[in-house]
Design a protein around this ligand. Structure first.
Ligand code: IVH
Length: 702
């Protein structure tokens, strides 16, 4: 059967083409399954495993005579460890459905089997942990047994006392077995990994692995708590006959109430308690409800278990060798996948909080492609021992931001790199306050202002000498600059009042600020820091429109006439300029230049526009040329930064570019030029020494 998923159709089955691939698939599944039940971490996440097993089943359906004896499809527990404690009643598995249609089909076949509609269903979450049998003798918890292969399991009684929800003593002195799921809540998992890594161990990839590993671990130097949720209560050999008879007659919902009465934890106290439902529609509504609550639950669920509630209905439905016919697991889409951690970005929020964010190899989880995951804070990274290049288990449920659960430590190759923490604020360069778990830029809410002003004063923007990072911090902290325009109203007295500000530096700074007022429009635009426009885009806009007035008057359509601005960028530039209007007005009032020397305004709409692509400004010696600069500039060009070289090229009518291609017409190659020069030579592109180029553009050198 090829199963459709409720949402997010990924490849539903692994396609197996021949007997060899089938044998390999069985082997892979067995390995993964062994890791699953033994507490190791499989290389396959649950979704991949499910697809593989469905692929195996599909192939077996067409080749019934070639089914391998150890195929996971025929096993009670899908292949498990050998145990030494026999189960009195086999611990069965559950069959799965993946869609409302499959579920309804199941109810129909169940009704046919028992000769009538199911009286009512019980609906409860499918807890994502490990099945366990807890044996009580005269009310005392005496033995814990894992499911093992379903007929016999491993004795894990050493875990008694570490599992919340499994009392050492029942409220009544009964002899019986409680069955249910042992898991770790999200908080227990975080704690377990902290303790484990503190003891030099590798972190567990997810709560399920953590529970499996912890349950089976003997003689550990530490214990970590887990949680039990019961979903079954059954008589054992020592159970009094009348009690055994009573248990045998109770509906599942009644058994759960009885378990709670005895002190055994059930889902009753959670946000997703077990309920009963009269119809398939009601069940499906509950499936939706539980699915919607999943992301917020403090423990993992991987589906919903639907059971015929009444003992009589269960009896007449009976069980197969692998699973009961009276119960089914409605699987929810997988919320976990393994992918790789490629990088860590450090983003500074509005309040100055520096938050790390994981950049992932894109992975699809439940229909969305995940590229980023939250990492909380630096301590969190250290605690999880995350490294660049690690395989990581990523969790994403509902609309909740994806998170990295843990590295998949056994997939390490040794080539993983440690994650480097920033030493200064990645946004504004100030010191970082690391006294709290969440790191914060010392500038707090001013961080973005400091970054914006430092950028605006930079060499390639307004080029205000003497206004470096430290000075900007001083101005901001003193409340003298709340925006870019405030720089132009700074007074001599205000500056002299700042620490380490003498007369000379004050006068120099005031002169530099005054000089900045005369910068061309391209640099003013760049200084404004409009998103999506760097130095060269600002120059193109300035050269196209020639005046700020025309830049501001442009709508998205007009903005697209500028080379390199497309339908996506244009509206955002226009919107941002509108947002910056008050600041621009303030700059105009302060006397800042708002024109681009040498540029001519575009022709009004309808007329031939000399400023559009191909017709760079009014001629110039570089008209129609694309020029690349490489190596060190000498002679008349010695003092020019790359940005200034590019400005010069554009003033002289050319187009500047940073990479050599077939479109390049001229490469200005100074001393030390390397690969770009070599590429120009191979492509037969004209080369010019700095001196030769200086002569060519002599009229445009300022
Ligand atoms: S009933 C004979 N109820 O899911 C009925 N199982 O995939 C067997 N599970 O082996 C179990 N939550 O480990 C049942 N509410 C629930 C469950 C649940 C989780 C697990 C259990 C079972 C596995 C089958």
């Amino acid at each position: 059967m090829v199963a459709g998923r409720m949402t997010g159709m990924t490849t539903p089955v692994a396609v197996i083409v021949d007997a060899v691939a089938y044998a390999q698939a069985v082997e892979d599944a067995l390995k993964a399954s062994a890791a699953y039940y033994e507490g190791g971490t499989s290389v396959l996440d649950d979704d991949a495993y499910d697809r593989l097993v469905r692929g195996i089943a599909a192939w077996e359906a067409g080749h019934p005579d070639q089914v391998l004896p150890d195929s996971p499809t025929g096993k009670v527990a899908g292949g498990a460890v050998e145990g030494d404690v026999p189960h009195t009643v086999a611990m069965l598995s559950l069959d799965n459905v993946f869609s409302p249609e499959e579920f309804t089909a199941w109810t129909v076949s169940l009704a046919r089997r028992i000769g009538h509609e199911v009286e009512h269903f019980s609906v409860e979450p499918k807890l994502d942990g490990l099945a366990i049998a807890a044996r009580y003798s005269q009310g005392r918890l005496t033995q814990l047994v894992t499911r093992g292969d379903g007929t016999a399991g491993e004795d894990v009684s050493h875990a008694i006392g570490t599992i919340e929800g499994l009392p050492g003593e029942l409220t009544e002195p009964l002899t019986l077995e409680a069955r249910g799921e042992v898991l770790m809540t999200t908080a227990q998992f975080e704690h377990a990994n902290e303790v484990r890594t503190a003891h030099g161990g590798q972190p567990f990839a997810n709560p399920r692995n953590a529970a499996a590993g912890t349950l089976r671990a003997k003689e550990r130097a530490y214990t970590v708590p887990m949680t039990f949720f019961g979903y079954g209560l059954l008589p054992v050999s020592g159970t009094e006959a009348d009690e055994a008879a009573r248990l045998g007659e109770l509906a599942h919902s009644e058994l759960m109430a009885r378990a709670a009465e005895l002190g055994v934890n059930t889902t009753a106290g959670t946000a997703v308690p077990g309920i009963t439902a009269a119809t398939a529609e009601q069940v499906l509504a509950r499936v939706q409800e539980i699915g919607a609550l999943r992301a917020e639950l403090p423990f993992g669920i991987d589906g919903i278990v639907v059971k015929a509630d009444l003992a009589a209905d269960q009896r007449s439905a009976g069980s197969g060798s692998r699973a009961p016919r009276w119960a089914i697991a409605y699987k929810l889409p997988a919320v976990e996948k393994i992918t790789r951690l490629l990088a860590v970005e450090w983003n500074v929020g509005r309040t100055g909080i520096i938050a790390p964010r994981a950049v992932l190899e894109p992975v699809e989880i439940d229909g969305s492609t995940i590229t980023y995951a939250t990492l909380h804070n630096p301590a969190d990274i250290t605690r999880r021992d995350l490294r660049l290049g690690d395989h990581v288990m990523v969790h994403r449920a509902g609309d909740v931001i994806p998170r990295i659960e843990a590295p998949v430590a056994h997939l390490r190759t040794g080539e993983e790199q440690s994650i480097v923490f920033p030493e200064t604020c990645p946004n504004c360069g100030s010191a970082i306050d690391t006294s709290e778990q969440r790191w914060r830029c010392e500038q707090g809410r001013n961080c973005h202002l400091v970054a914006a002003l430092s950028y605006a004063a930079g060499r390639d923007q307004l080029d205000i000498e003497g206004l470096g990072h430290t000075r900007v911090v001083q101005l901001v902290e003193a409340g003298l600059a709340a925006d870019l325009a405030d720089l132009f109203s700074l007074t001599r007295d205000q500056l002299l009042g700042l620490e380490r500000m003498g007369e000379t530096s004050t006068d120099n700074l005031l002169a530099a600020i005054e000089a900045a007022k005369g910068q061309p429009l391209s640099r003013v635009l760049c200084a404004l820091g409009v998103r999506g426009t760097g130095r060269s885009m600002s120059r193109r806009i300035a050269r196209y429109f020639a005046t700020m007035e025309l830049v501001r008057a442009a709508d998205a359509e007009t903005m697209q006439r500028v080379e390199g601005i497309g339908t996506e960028k244009a509206p955002s530039i226009v919107a941002e300029l509108a947002e910056l209007a008050p600041l621009i007005d303030k700059l105009v009032a302060a006397g800042v230049n708002m024109t681009e020397p040498g540029a001519t305004p575009p022709a009004p709409a309808g007329e031939d526009d000399p400023n559009t692509e191909g017709g760079e400004a009014a001629g110039g010696p570089l008209a129609g040329m694309t020029v690349v600069v490489t190596g060190a500039m000498t002679g008349a060009l010695e003092q020019l930064s790359r940005n200034q070289m590019n400005e010069l090229i554009e003033r002289a009518g050319g187009r500047s570019s940073s990479s050599v291609s077939k479109k390049t017409t001229l490469v200005v190659a100074g001393e030390g030029a390397g690969s770009k020069r070599a590429k120009a030579e191979t492509l037969g592109i004209r080369l010019a020494a700095p001196e030769e180029f200086a002569t060519l553009v002599a009229d445009y050198l300022t």
